[in-house]
Structure formats: structure tokens, C-alpha cells
Design a protein around this ligand. Structure first.
Ligand code: AMP
Ligand code: ZN
Length: 119
């Protein structure tokens, strides 16, 4: 069923507690944890507890939870004190854009200068 946990999904396993992660925040609908391969001094992933392959699918099916993910991204940026300097929220979508885990997730990146356009 749409949104149900997927047995072969890395992030569903993190939500279930079957794979460890450094969780920084949790709500009824989201979990945020540090990226295992950080690309900036702050690199946190915010994921919905429901399983959708990418951000667009999440927003189409569960717009309220998509908003929760965005709100949590902002909360984390504030907690990590990266708001004043500027930070980036990224949803890689599709393998060609670098998506490797097909469970919707926001990257929250900051704590260093961020170039535009991104690579
Ligand atoms: P993406 O490439 O946009 O799909 O992002 C997936 C992210 O998940 C990458 O930045 C990985 O470094 C990160 N990642 C993979 N495995 C883990 C893990 N076990 N704990 C935390 N982050 C992970
Ligand atoms: Zn999943």
C-alpha cells in the first residue's frame, strides 16, 4: 500500500531502528539524522516516516507530511546555527541527479560557502 514501509529500503530500516543513525530530531511524521558521508559541516537528512520514492511523490500523496519535512529542515538549520550564513535544502530526484536512496529525503547543508549553480 502507498506509504507503507519497504523491506529493502535503507531509510525504512533506519526508521524501524534496524540500522543505527545519529538522530538529531524526531516528530510524529519525520526523522532527521546526520548523513553518514557529510558534504558540509552540517549535513542532516530529513525523511518522512512514510515511504515514497521521492519528494514529488510524497507531496502528491501526503502534502501535509511534505510540509512537515520542510518545516523540520528549517528547524534543523536554526538548531545548527546555519541560517544567518545561508544553507541549502536539496531533494535529489532521480539517479541522474544523484539520488541513491529511493525514500524521499531532504538534505540540509550548511556551515561552509555553497556555490551556485551546484554541480
Ligand atoms: P541521495 O544520494 O540524495 O539519495 O542521498 C542519500 C544520502 O544518504 C547520501 O548522502 C548518503 O551519504 C546517505 N546515507 C547512506 N546511508 C546512510 C546511513 N546508513 N546513515 C546516514 N546516511 C546515509
Ligand atoms: Zn523507505
Amino acid at each position: 500500500m502507498a506509504g507503507e514501509p519497504q523491506a529493502d529500503c535503507l531509510f525504512c530500516k533506519i526508521i524501524a531502528g534496524n540500522i543505527p543513525a545519529t538522530v538529531v530530531r524526531e516528530t510524529d511524521t519525520t526523522v532527521a539524522f546526520r548523513d553518514i558521508n557529510p558534504q558540509a559541516p552540517t549535513h542532516v537528512l530529513v525523511i518522512p516516516k512514510v515511504h515514497y520514492a521521492d519528494a514529488a511523490a510524497l507531496a502528491a500523496a501526503e502534502p501535509g507530511i511534505a510540509a512537515d519535512v520542510l518545516r523540520e529542515a528549517g528547524r534543523i538549520a536554526a538548531d545548527e546555527k546555519i541560517v544567518e550564513h545561508g544553507y541549502r535544502v536539496v531533494f535529489n530526484t532521480g539517479a541522474g541527479a544523484g539520488q541513491t536512496v529511493f525514500h524521499a529525503h531532504a538534505h540540509v547543508l550548511g556551515g561552509r560557502g555553497l556555490q551556485w549553480p551546484p554541480g
